[in-house]
Design a binder for this molecule. Structure first.
Ligand code: SAM
Length: 226
């Protein structure tokens, strides 16, 4: 039995992203730097068509990158509003993606059903990141590939307006590549590779509460044990 990914924060998290969905893509790097992200996904994931599960798909950026590469994609998100943008984007791109409106804990993705799992900019929002990686491992076939990407978004975020998050999210300000490597190793993943060099410059701009510091981010893939 897996631990829950978001035992306390799931409902508040869905509300949070429901209220932000309308503006999420407006300033997103996946829009500004779409070609670079698409190329990075192509190199990191490979082109042979595979079963992909995108966990916390948001407005669908990663699901669409994977779909455009010819992969068969299932995409899960707890926020109905984020998903409605994702569905519109997939329809606009002529892609058939299996969208599931559910938290990761409730989505009930079958074990060993995916060749690739993607988790981009999701771990920082997760109460139990280790449980999210265990879930990814369960959903992956042995030898399957996990892509994890995230960054350090804030330097010191005040834990006032959203106590429910600050008190419960271990990476409320974001996470470093070293944090992610540690989590991946503990979850039993191996062959960890960085693809950061495929995204030139600082695509995310500056840390939200420190305009002088670029947002440090990482793109890693790791392989589930056989
Ligand atoms: C920062 S957005 C990233 C969206 C997308 N992966 C991307 O790279 O653009 C985080 C997303 O994770 C979703 N999320 C957070 N916790 C979740 C959970 N426990 N189950 C499902 N979705 C979750 C949120 O609803 C939100 O859409």
């Amino acid at each position: 039995m897996l631990e829950r990914v978001a035992p306390t924060t799931a409902a508040a998290m869905a509300d949070h992203w429901n209220s932000r969905a309308w503006k999420f893509d407006g300033s997103a790097s996946h829009r500004r730097d779409a070609d670079a992200w698409r190329a990075a996904f192509k190199t990191a994931l490979g082109e042979a068509p595979r079963e992909v599960a995108d966990l916390g798909c948001g407005t669908g950026a990663c699901a669409l990158f994977a779909g455009n590469l010819g992969h068969r994609v299932t995409a899960v998100d707890g926020s109905a509003e984020m998903l409605s943008h994702a569905k519109a984007a997939a329809a606009g791109a002529g892609l058939s993606i299996n969208f599931i409106h559910a938290t990761m804990d409730e989505a009930a993705l079958p074990a060993a059903s995916a060749d690739i799992v993607t988790l981009r900019n999701v771990l920082w929002t997760i109460e139990n990141p280790s449980a999210a990686l265990s879930l990814a491992r369960k959903v992956l076939r042995p030898g399957g590939k996990l892509l994890v990407s995230d960054g350090v978004w804030f330097r010191h975020r005040a834990n006032d307006s959203r106590k429910i998050f600050g008190a419960h999210l271990p990476f409320y300000n974001g996470l470093t590549e070293a944090d992610a490597r540690h989590l991946l190793g503990n979850a039993g993943f191996g062959e960890i590779k960085s693809w950061r060099h495929l995204m030139p410059g600082d695509p995310y701009g500056a840390v939200y509460d420190d305009p002088e510091t670029p947002i440090a981010f990482f793109i890693l893939t790791a392989i589930a044990p056989e």
